[in-house]
Design a protein around this ligand. Structure first.
Ligand SMILES: C[S@@+](CC[C@H](N)C(=O)[O-])C[C@H]1O[C@@H](n2cnc3c(N)ncnc32)[C@H](O)[C@@H]1O
Length: 224
């Protein structure tokens, strides 16, 4: 699967419409991620309120909604177009009544009492450390004490960073100079220890790595 050109407005317009098709090539990796979600959330309550930040077209909601019929989801994303696809999928899948759509950054969502939260492949776009810490803190503020976050982003230790990014861009078909420049401008690939420190500073404890495939790394964390 190749990307003929960089999307002019990522996650909006034509890019939103083609997002699922363009990303279909990494279904095996998505399967590994789904497996991790299933395992790490296995002990979660049967009836839970789940905050899904950067919900996109609803991949993680589709997976979790089928496995957990007692869960209610709030899908948060700044792209109304991505959320429209998420909502269509939810209706078609018969779980539309369990998904609330919120278009905007998580900070605009009123304080809640969510049992669980996910942030899958989003926080790497917050290129300033302070913004990423504030983002994690905004999630923590919306979780009940002890509530769990599963966060997955793009991360690599410093010594491996350049090679890991090269490999990632090759695998995702984006190794053109145009895409490389867009990646560098949009994405911050922090070492795992720095992501873990930001989660801790944002109010999470029991931060532990639960997932790694290529440049993707994931953590489970509890609101302290
Ligand atoms: C790479 S996609 C991941 C979508 C989904 N989690 C998945 O795994 O398929 C990143 C998503 O984050 C959204 N996003 C970008 N900035 C955001 C922000 N400030 N707050 C919430 N979502 C944002 C984008 O619109 C996009 O849908």
């Amino acid at each position: 699967m190749t990307h003929p050109s960089a999307p002019s407005r990522p996650f909006h317009g034509a890019h939103a419409q083609s997002y699922d098709q363009t990303n279909a090539f990494w279904a095996p990796l998505r399967g590994a991620l789904d497996f991790t979600l299933a395992q790490t959330l296995a002990g979660a309550p049967e009836e839970a309120r789940v905050l899904v930040v950067g919900a996109g077209t609803g991949a993680e909601i589709a997976f979790l909604a089928e496995r957990h019929p007692g869960w209610q989801f709030t899908a948060v994303d700044t792209s109304a177009e991505m959320l429209a696809i998420c909502a269509d999928k939810a209706r078609a899948g018969g779980y539309g009544d369990r998904v609330t759509i919120h278009a905007g950054p998580v900070e605009t969502l009123e304080a809640g009492s969510f049992d669980l939260a996910t942030a899958i492949l989003f926080s790497q776009f917050l290129t300033e450390r302070a913004a990423r810490r504030a983002f994690f803190a905004a999630i923590a503020q919306r979780l009940v004490p002890g509530g769990r976050l599963i966060s997955v982003d793009l991360s690599a230790p410093g010594a491996e960073r350049a090679a890991a990014i090269d490999e990632w861009l090759g695998i995702t078909g984006t190794a053109t100079p145009e895409r490389q420049a867009q990646f560098d401008a949009m994405v911050s690939v922090l070492p795992p220890q720095e992501v873990e420190a930001l989660l801790t500073e944002a109010g999470f404890s029991a931060v532990r790595p639960v997932f790694q495939v290529l440049l993707m790394r994931g953590w489970s964390a509890r609101k302290a």
